[in-house]
Design a binder for this molecule. Structure first.
Ligand SMILES: [Zn+2]
Ligand SMILES: [Zn+2]
Length: 441
């Protein structure tokens, strides 16, 4: 896609929270930065008080198309992403049909390009049909127009150790990465909430931390054994953080993500049996939240990923036991990270740019390592970089109302909560996708 024909002059925004500067966006790139700039024919944006961050990159989004367009489509999901400040999302493979062939991943990739608000990078399935019995066509997906580099059976765990080993071996040939949804299935049969006092109190089947930690430990060892790259989806326990810290100390190629909801919310929310708080992995304890925040702050956890999981009302507004797992998150992610990490002093804005843009872009191979034509996402806001950025107003704030969201689904656990901040504008290759907090295209 070529860059925008419109030139933009952003006056006095603060790149990653630093000193105020002007930015000129022209021909799809950041043409100039500096104080007192002018640009003929440019549309001017008053950036006073706004923080400029590189466009956010989500490693973990469920766009639901094809197959569950009643929950989300590429069109509505990428609108939600743009409103949240994202310029690229990785679309998970558990669609219907499953994204396990070159044909399906190319369809998803094309739909994203047509929607035009946000790059959609498909994640391929690890096993055919997510059935966990034989490898999907990993090589064909890697060679396809979508150039898939990340593979995951997310929603399901690749629990067979032999298959996991083969997958890790296979993707080495093209520097791919296997993203594991770490959930030992036998230990979580029928599980509904975190195992502990709460599960006893609520009379719901418990989901022990060890079911996540055992798979993470096994897969770190497997990744080390075959010398391949492993990414851990939605880390949710203190023990998982410890295991990943240990694996990284060995120099193994292990990366990890944490969701905004696991950085902020705890299992106590399940006390009213409202399934809006039902999620996989479950909300955990305050001690887990503290460990996840510390892990993200010290870099043990590489990045924030939303696990945006839209569901239609009838699948959430029902009894806890039968309700679907999952929460929406694209439109609130940056604001939740602001609250959980920035306002607590655990990350500064440069840290947020690293954990929500640069690192996920590198893990998802959107940093130019595949295209060979320079980085696509996650670049510092410097002249010559693609004009992918978000302008964020940290002094704004308000109560979350999912009815105002662009996502087709309403299952936000932050509904009714006051969150700081506001995404003012988002640019994709110099095109405004969001202006004044509203969709611009
Ligand atoms: Zn998952
Ligand atoms: Zn997921």
């Amino acid at each position: 896609m070529s860059g925008s024909e419109q030139t933009w002059l952003i006056k006095g925004a603060k790149p990653t929270g630093g000193a105020a500067t002007d930015l000129v966006l022209r021909d799809g790139v950041i043409a100039e930065t500096g104080v007192g700039l002018s640009a003929t024919g440019a549309q001017v944006i008053d950036g006073d008080g706004l923080i400029a961050l590189p466009g956010l990159v989500d490693l973990h989004t469920h766009l639901r198309e094809p197959g569950r367009e009643d929950a989300e489509t590429v069109e509505t999901g990428t609108a939600a992403a743009a409103l949240g400040g994202f310029t690229a999302v990785h679309a998970m493979a558990n669609t219907d049909p499953v994204a396990d062939t070159a044909g399906v991943v190319e369809q998803s990739w094309r739909l994203g390009r047509w929607a035009g608000r946000c790059d959609v990078q498909p994640v391929g399935a690890v096993t055919a049909g997510l059935a966990g019995s034989q490898l999907a066509e990993l090589g064909a997906m890697a060679d396809s127009a979508a150039r898939v580099r990340m593979f995951s059976d997310d929603g399901k765990c690749v629990s067979d150790a032999v298959l996991m080993r083969r997958a890790l071996e296979y993707v080495k040939a093209f520097d791919g990465v296997i993203a594991q949804h770490a959930q030992e299935p036998r230990l979580t049969d029928g599980a509904q909430v975190n195992e502990g006092e709460m599960s006893g109190l609520l009379g719901l089947a418990g989901w022990p931390a060890v079911a996540e930690e055992a798979i993470i430990a096994r897969d770190c060892l497997l990744a080390a054994h075959v010398g391949s790259a492993l990414h851990i989806c939605h880390v949710s326990t203190a023990g998982s953080v410890e295991i990943i810290r240990w694996a990284k100390s060995k120099g193994w190629r292990v990366t990890a993500e944490v969701t905004p909801h696991h950085l902020l919310l705890t299992e106590e929310l399940a006390v009213g049996y409202d399934p809006v708080y039902k999620v996989n992995p479950p909300l955990r304890t305050e001690a887990d939240v503290a460990a996840l925040r510390a892990g993200l702050a010290d870099g043990t956890i590489d990045c924030v990923a939303t696990d945006h999981a839209p569901h239609p009302m009838e699948e959430k507004e029902t009894e806890w036991q039968v309700a679907a797992f999952g929460m929406t998150g694209l439109e609130t992610a940056l604001r939740v990270v602001h609250l959980a990490m920035v306002q607590t002093g655990m990350l500064d804005w440069a840290g947020v740019a690293d954990r929500m843009s640069a690192r996920p872009a590198a893990i998802g191979r959107l940093d130019g390592s595949v295209s060979g034509g320079g980085a696509l996402h996650g670049c510092p806001l410097e002249p010559g970089a693609p004009a992918n950025l978000v302008l964020y107003d940290p002094s704004a704030g308000g109560v979350v109302d999912p009815a105002e969201h662009a996502s087709r689904s309403r299952n936000s656990p932050f509904a009714g909560m006051h969150l700081p901040g506001h995404v003012h504008a988002t640019f994709l290759r110099g095109d405004a996708t969001v202006l004044d907090g509203k969709l611009a295209r």
